[in-house]
Design a protein around this ligand. Structure first.
Ligand code: NAP
Length: 246
């Protein structure tokens, strides 16, 4: 896979899966826009690491729930790099139970971050994406289970898969749109669920471990690459087999 001089915008690239995606594209020669919301220092570290690889990167603040922020981030990206070749909608957040299943503010916030933000990013990015560009959205295994553990998050992630298919049809044949559904990956989001959850999920995963952020990045790079030139509208589970048994 060669992304030399391709412009890649990754939302939520300050840590976890987004950071791994940003670094993986940079290793293949891409120029990377590292979006962050609250973790500015971490985002600047990601940019430094990318520059050490010999390619370009900028860190841009944008809360994906804020339409004005999104417009500004897209304008800044286009001003510096003249367009966007690959958009990765990775930013996401779980508001854990205790309030998120029952409190309407938590519902709205969760849906704003995890699904409306994806829609807004696509809405404003596509006018700057040329034929042959690609979009990869990060969904989740929980978007396919109906488990009601964190209901608004799960609904939002199911929405990401549906939105991916809708845009794959709308933007074909010019722009391919796919999603990746991670299983439980070793990031702060998963660690935040606690040790009991982690041990249970490892035991329920056929490959008997958490995934690594780099393993999600590999799937994203594949879908964004010319190796996936006849693939659009798919959701790729990268979950150690979790969906087989749950
Ligand atoms: P993480 O380590 O908690 O990182 C989340 C990232 O999203 C951070 O960079 C954060 O930026 C960003 N973010 C959150 N709210 C944002 C907002 N309003 N605007 C812009 N950026 C925002 O989580 P992760 O595990 O890497 O998750 C990455 C994606 O994978 C998410 O979409 C998540 O739902 C999905 N996913 C994760 C797992 C898993 O097991 N970890 C499983 C399935 C799906 P700041 O820190 O700068 O605020």
């Amino acid at each position: 896979m060669n992304f030399k001089n391709k412009v890649v915008l990754v939302t939520g690239a300050s840590k976890g899966i987004g950071k791994a995606i940003a670094s993986s594209f940079a290793k293949e020669g891409a120029k990377v826009v590292v979006n962050y919301n609250s973790s500015k220092d971490e985002a600047l570290e990601v940019v430094d690491e990318i520059k050490k690889l010999g390619t370009e990167a900028i860190a841009v603040h944008c809360d994906v729930t804020n339409e004005e922020d999104i417009k500004k981030m897209i304008i800044e990206t286009v001003k510096i790099y003249n367009g966007i070749d690959i958009l990765v909608n990775n930013a996401g957040q779980i508001i854990r139970p205790g309030d998120s299943n029952t409190d309407s503010d938590s519902w709205s916030k969760t849906l704003d971050i995890n699904i409306k933000g994806v829609w807004l990013m696509i809405k404003y990015a596509i006018t700057h994406m040329k034929n042959g560009s690609s979009i990869v959205n990060i969904s989740s295994y929980v978007g396919q289970l109906g488990s009601q553990y964190v209901l608004p998050y799960e609904i939002a992630k199911a929405g990401v898969i549906n939105l991916t298919k809708a845009y794959a049809k709308e933007l074909a044949p010019d722009i391919r749109v796919n999603s990746v559904s991670p299983g439980n990956i070793d990031t702060s989001m998963t660690r935040g669920a606690g040790e009991e959850f982690i041990q249970k999920t490892i035991s329920n995963t056929p490959l008997k471990r958490l995934g690594e952020p780099s393993e999600i990045a590999k799937a994203v790079l594949f879908l964004a690459s010319s190796d996936a030139s006849f693939i659009t509208g798919v959701n790729l589970d990268v979950d150690g087999g979790f969906m087989l048994t749950n």
